[in-house]
Design a protein around this ligand. Structure first.
Ligand code: CDP
Ligand code: MG
Length: 133
């Protein structure tokens, strides 16, 4: 099924100059980048985006990181795009992610794990609305 997914290169990914690499992976897979924008995510938007995690032990560090500098925000579209991008990104914990995934290849910690992607059709719709509408 052709579908859309929200993808965000987090500030650590931008700082480490992984933007080109990640865009290449998305393009190489044959997915379309419908929208792309580099911008610093304000605290209010970061909190809305991650509201399901409010109160968890990692929440404050997560919000601090996401608002610490510019992120690259994308709407990506293609065949089974949610599953395809999820596979490309890998497990939340970089040391549990498979070799070859973005998180295994570049990250050491869960807070600084380079990239976000919507995990379902419903969250994709919600996140695209939140960041682009
Ligand atoms: O990003 P993903 O969907 O893989 O993970 P999540 O469970 O939705 O958590 C959102 C983000 O919170 C993760 O990408 C991590 O940056 C952070 N997190 C963390 O720092 N420690 C955890 N135990 C779980 C998540
Ligand atoms: Mg998630």
């Amino acid at each position: 099924m052709k579908e859309k997914v929200f993808v965000m290169i987090k500030p650590d990914g931008v700082r480490r100059k992984l933007v080109g690499n990640i865009i290449s992976r998305i393009e190489r897979k044959g997915l379309d980048i419908n929208r792309i924008e580099m911008r610093k995510v304000p605290e209010e938007l970061a909190k809305k985006h991650y509201e399901e995690h409010m109160g968890k032990p990692f929440y404050d560090d997560l919000i601090e990181h996401i608002t610490s500098g510019p992120s690259v925000l994308m709407e990506v579209e293609g065949q089974d795009a949610i599953e395809a991008v999820s596979a490309m990104v890998g497990n939340t914990d970089p040391n549990k992610a498979l070799p070859g995934t973005i998180r295994f290849d570049y990250a050491q910690s869960k807070t600084y794990n380079i990239i976000h992607r919507s995990d379902s059709h419903q969250s994709a719709e919600r996140e695209i609305m939140l960041f682009f509408k």
